[in-house]
Design a protein. Structure first.
Length: 189
């Protein structure tokens, strides 16, 4: 991506340059909320992990699916593919496929689940009921997880898709039930 375009996009949202945006508290807070503990491409862990934009469509108001965690070496390799004429949105996928090893980080099946698995493992009867519960809790806007859900560790991006932590979700659901029962008892007294 040409730096002039990125600087233009940064100026549109009130920053003098793209570099200034990357040093802003806004970006740092978002980066810490979505940063994983391993590289998406090669699975390496360590201090050199960075949050990489997969697109710049929402610069300044990024969504978790607009970024991915990569190590410094993979980040440079991805941008190298882009400099050689590749498309940013596919360069990271191509690099991930090229570097996949048996050690690549895989989510634990029993903890990180999709929307439909979340529905099946919860006490909700329908997807609409599940969405209503998540919206009421401030964990979803009806389609995507909110920053609150990411901040509480309920959701993270795995292979570019939102995955929910079923154990934490069930704890929230149980706490909500207990709160409702206490409120009902208080009304009866």
């Amino acid at each position: 991506m040409p730096s002039s375009y990125l600087n233009y996009r940064a100026r549109c949202i009130g920053y003098p340059s793209y570099t200034a945006y990357l040093q802003s508290p806004q970006w740092r807070m978002f980066r810490e909320q979505v940063k994983a503990n391993a590289c998406y491409c090669c699975g390496s862990r360590g201090a050199d992990l960075q949050v990489h934009h997969t697109n710049y469509d929402h610069l300044g108001a990024e969504k978790p699916e607009d970024v991915m965690t990569v190590c410094n070496a993979c980040h440079e390799a991805i941008h190298g593919k882009v400099k050689n004429g590749g498309d940013l949105e596919t360069a990271h996928e191509q690099h991930a496929l090229a570097t996949t090893t048996n050690d690549r980080v895989k989510p634990k099946k029993q903890e990180w689940v999709s929307w439909f698995e979340l529905l099946n493992k919860s006490k909700h009867q329908s997807l609409a009921e599940l969405r209503t519960f998540l919206v009421d809790q401030g964990l979803s806007d009806g389609k995507r997880a909110t920053q609150k859900a990411y901040g509480r560790g309920l959701v993270r991006l795995i292979d570019g898709k939102e995955r929910w932590n079923i154990r934490k979700y069930i704890r929230i659901m149980q706490a909500d039930k207990k709160r409702k029962k206490r409120a009902e008892k208080a009304l009866l007294v």
